[in-house]
Ligand binder design. Structure first.
Ligand code: ADP
Ligand code: GLC
Length: 477
């Protein structure tokens, strides 16, 4: 069985969030199931340098992967790198030289995503290997299943496609403008049963109709997205396609995210030998302006700073931060208003709140390892990897019961005890109800150890879910 992963992020070369983690770790798990899986991804600006700096062996094909857009050839140089046993094809082209994701999507800024899908379809000619299944991810590679159905030159090739929705809030929508003239997509598909969605083009909607199977990244989110409260008008489309929709929980790369071997930590540790966690905590404190002798709970958060992650309910709580009995460390980048607010609150409470703006792998590892409590009060969360990483590193999650958070975290105060603290109502009081329980419980050493140990013992590997993907491919072939 031959499967080509088609996606626009790939950890560790071009990761923005969890999509990059999944693209970087699921193929490895599928290889172990005996599936011939390969990956194609754009070489966004900086990626070729990262490959060279990382000492990867890059081989470049003489032939280019072709596409055509607006009556012009749009070719890419194809570079092959083997990552953890899986061949990865990086497509280098002028179209991937700018920002990865445009703020404003229109018929002009959508070009890189259409061209990427067309080049991915042309790849078989360059590498002499044709997939049985194209496994696409999110709206950014949704053009591909649509092209297999509706592109004048590319349709009816016979291959199957799977679309995994990592975040149905991003639907690849724009006013058509010159899109149907330039993209090769047949204008007859601009209708309610096709690409059209309330007067705009929706690439995600098109792929929902055309993909052979649909998955999303947790069972709960698969259910939620069929409700109006979650995806509004798109819920009707998803409900109508529910016969081919399933929720398969993400895993994490348990080799990469392993406190027992993590080279980015000042000292490694495991569930049975936690001394190293105290060293990581001390190192984290050193990086803040907090009292180095502080012994209370440290609440950490590593996140894209976007509405989805619940900052509008966190920020009001931080106004009274000294009354909470904990210290907070945030790492993240994203919307300006959230960055500014975190900067302000940390400037006026520098003994209790620390904010590291930006994206940093080493700091992320230090926060997971040095933190006691991991805060993730998301408005919605398709799966969430951060809470799983946090549990593996012995930071107890405080999460909202939504999407994949609901599938992975159970409250410590229910019968038989859980691995974290949860709440349902999306407001500051709701979050504080759980956060305060976590902060109080921290001082009960025995109870805390039990909760932390449960989280550290969870199996967040890809094994089970990779088998489910394998079964899904078999079903559609
Ligand atoms: P999402 O994909 O919605 O951002 P996930 O929890 O699935 O959320 O995955 C987030 C991933 O991105 C995790 O691996 C997390 O550690 C990482 N991450 C998020 N923000 C940063 C940052 N500022 N620096 C380093 N890693 C980050
Ligand atoms: C998205 C979601 C996140 C999920 C990740 C990987 O970015 O927001 O919940 O874990 O994709 O599937």
């Amino acid at each position: 069985m031959r499967v080509l992963f088609v996606g626009t992020e790939l950890s560790p070369f071009s990761k923005v969030g969890g999509l990059g983690d999944v693209m970087g770790s699921l193929p490895k798990a599928l290889l172990q199931q005996g599936i011939d899986v390969r990956v194609v991804t754009p070489a966004w600006s900086g990626v070729m340098e990262r490959l060279r700096e990382g000492g990867y062996k890059v081989s470049t094909f003489p032939q280019k992967a072709s596409a055509s857009y607006a009556w012009q050839a749009a070719d890419a140089t194809v570079h092959r790198v083997d990552v953890d046993g899986a061949p990865v094809y990086f497509l280098e082209s002028e179209y991937y030289a700018g920002e990865m994701y445009p703020w404003d999507l229109n018929s002009w800024t959508v070009r890189p995503f259409a061209i990427f899908a067309m080049q991915a379809l042309d790849l078989k000619k360059v590498i002499g290997w044709a997939p049985d299944v194209y496994h696409c991810h999110d709206w950014t590679s949704s053009y591909l299943p649509c092209a297999l159905a509706w592109h004048r030159k590319l349709r009816d090739q016979g291959q199957k496609s799977v679309l995994t929705m990592h975040n149905a809030a991003h639907q690849g929508m724009f006013y058509p403008g010159s899109f149907f003239d330039e993209s090769g997509m047949d204008p007859s598909c601009f209708n309610a049963g096709g690409l059209e969605f309330y007067g705009q083009v929706s690439l995600l909607k098109g792929a929902i109709f055309t993909a052979s199977a649909l998955t999303t990244v947790s069972p709960r989110y698969a259910w939620e997205i069929q409700t109006y409260e979650s995806t509004q008008a798109l819920s009707g489309v998803l409900y109508s396609q529910r016969h081919k929709l399933s929720g398969i929980l993400n895993g994490i790369d348990v080799d990469l995210w392993n406190p027992a071997t993590d080279p980015l930590l000042p000292e490694c540790y495991s569930a049975s030998s936690l001394a190293g966690k105290a060293t990581c905590r001390a190192e984290l404190l050193k990086n803040t302006s907090f009292d180095p002798a502080y012994s209370g709970p440290i609440v950490v958060c590593v996140s894209r700073l976007v509405e989805q992650k619940g900052f509008d309910i966190v920020l009001p709580a931080l106004k009274q931060v000294r009354a909470l009995g904990a210290k907070f460390v945030f790492l993240g980048s994203g919307h300006r208003w959230i960055e500014d607010a975190l900067r302000d609150v940390s400037a006026s409470n520098s003994d209790s709140v620390c904010f590291f703006p930006g994206y940093s792998e080493p700091l992320a590892h230090l926060l997971y390892a040095g933190g006691d409590i991991y805060l993730m009060p998301s408005l919605f969360e398709p799966c969430g990897l951060s809470q799983m990483i946090a549990m593996r590193y012995g930071a107890v999650p405080v999460v909202r019961e939504v999407g994949g958070l609901r599938d992975t975290v159970t409250d410590a105060d229910v019968e038989n005890g859980g691995n974290g603290f949860t709440f349902l109502t999306y407001d500051t009081q709701g979050m504080l109800w759980s956060l305060k329980r976590a902060i109080e419980r921290f001082s009960n050493v025995k109870a805390w150890q039990k909760i932390r140990a449960r989280g550290m013992a969870e199996d967040f590997s890809w094994d089970k879910s990779a088998r489910l993907y394998g079964e899904l491919y078999k079903k559609i072939l």
